[in-house]
Design a protein around this ligand. Structure first.
Ligand SMILES: Cc1ncc(COP(=O)(O)O)c(C=O)c1O
Length: 439
């Protein structure tokens, strides 16, 4: 089988028979006036794309996406194809669907498809990236005391396995006084001559604080200018609560790696995510899980090296996936782009400002998330005097309002207004919080 690709082999042995019958008849959603994406002219019509219970005010929608109509339809289409003829559909679709997803992600981010590795979650991306960064003896990973379990644990596991040095620093003293300058200054002060990697989280799910990633990247670039290439700091960002919220172009942002699940704010299929890497930064990574890219696999069957393939290909873990979900991810990027990235950001900001201003005016509420939109995105954290956060969330749930408690050592009530909410819902939520009292 040496000169025969995996796909050729499957096709010639007849296993792909029937695939032609299932050839992709899917129209381009944006070009199709009858597609759901043609019906995004109002916030009500956007909300109508989600099968979310209408009895509830969903202020934890970022936690795990509900699939909007185009994503749901695509999942169903791929599921039907796979159920009818698993190998035939896979042989026919795998390469083109993966290319379609990568192109949609690249178009949305403003990068290239070869900059992107596909994963199943933020956590998978962080684990693969932090586990696989090549460091020389004595080089350290600098991280912060504000990161999520997944960053912290991925780095701890890396340190335990390889002896890598991981150092944590705080980026600010108090949320009441935090500023861009303080955050950038703390980062710069924390960087040592041996710092090779800086690992941060763009929007903290513990407090709602948004880091000034662009400014931090610029500060790192300025330090890097006087460093040998082998010692330059690689800036890695968990961007899961910014992707689908912030309006940014990845090439202009300035980080080296952005890791995110696409099943939160992006409303992509559950079990999807990505790692974007700058072409200059990818070579520092080493893959952990064998990729199932057809190019890599074909080369393997020909006893040839695949080392010249883009590193993002090697960093896309293989094994079979829930392909009906992975292949429907392009629809989530198209959905956001059909609404417009700037409009998405503006809407989320408006609803969050409405919520924060209402909460800040309540004497029995302590708002922890900064009011400034410069330092916050779509997550609002607060406390109610005399009531543990868990109780507040339960009481709100009894009144049909869905929030969550921050899953950190310090716990706050967390509400996250998003595209599926209305200003009336935020007003109703404020009314209910106003009525909350310790019993
Ligand atoms: C900041 C942050 N990073 C990572 C994760 C994990 O995301 P995923 O479920 O996509 O692995 C979460 C929340 O679940 C989070 O809040």
């Amino acid at each position: 089988m040496t000169n025969l690709g995996r796909r050729d082999f499957l096709v010639r042995t007849g296993l792909a028979l029937g695939a032609a019958l299932l050839a992709d008849a899917r129209p381009c959603a944006l070009a199709n006036p009858s597609s759901p994406q043609g019906k995004l002219e109002s916030w009500e019509s956007i909300r109508a794309q989600f099968p979310l219970s209408p009895q509830l005010i969903h202020l934890a929608a970022f936690f795990l996406a509900s699939h909007p109509t185009p994503v749901r339809d695509a999942i169903e289409r791929h599921r039907a194809g796979l159920d009818a003829d698993p190998i035939g559909y896979w042989v026919d679709q795998e390469e083109k669907q993966e290319a379609r997803v990568l192109q949609a992600a690249a178009d949305y981010l403003g990068g290239n498809p070869t900059d992107i590795a596909l994963t199943d979650s933020t956590t998978m991306g962080l684990g693969l990236l932090y586990g696989g960064l090549q460091l020389r003896a004595g080089q350290e990973i600098l991280t912060t005391t504000h990161d999520h379990y997944s960053t912290e644990t991925a780095l701890r596991l890396r340190a335990e396995r390889t002896g890598a040095i991981v150092r944590q620093i705080p980026l600010y003293r108090s949320l009441k006084t935090v500023s861009r300058d303080e955050i950038v200054g703390s980062l710069v002060k924390g960087i040592s001559p041996t710092t090779r990697v800086a690992a941060v989280t763009w929007v903290h799910s513990s407090t709602g604080l948004k880091l000034p990633i662009h400014d931090m990247a610029r500060a790192i670039q300025s330090i890097n200018r006087s460093r040998d290439e082998r010692d330059q700091i690689i800036f890695c960002v968990d961007g899961v609560h910014a992707l689908g919220v912030e309006d940014f172009n990845i090439r202009e942002l300035g980080c080296d790696f952005l890791v995110a699940g696409t099943h939160k704010w992006m409303f992509g299929p559950r079990g999807t995510g990505l790692v974007w890497g700058h072409p200059k930064a990818w070579p520092i990574t080493r893959a952990t899980i064998p990729t199932f890219s057809s190019q890599a696999y074909d080369l393997w069957m020909e006893n040839k090296s695949s080392k010249d393939l883009p590193q993002s290909v090697h960093m896309t873990p293989g094994g079979f996936h829930s392909f009906e979900h992975r292949w429907a991810l392009d629809e989530a990027f198209l959905f956001h782009q059909a609404i417009g990235k700037a409009k998405v950001t503006q809407r989320i900001y408006e609803l969050n400002q409405q919520l924060k201003q209402g909460l800040a005016a309540m004497p029995h509420v302590t708002l922890h998330t900064p009011m400034s939109q410069d330092l916050s995105a779509g997550i609002v954290c607060f406390e109610v005097a005399g009531l543990p956060p868990r109780q507040v969330v339960e009481k709100l749930r009894d009144r049909g309002i869905v929030g969550s408690v921050t899953p950190y050592a310090t716990k706050y009530v967390r509400l996250a207004p998003s595209l599926i909410n209305s200003t009336d819902e935020i007003e109703k939520t404020l009314e209910e919080v106003r009525k909350l009292r310790a019993s």
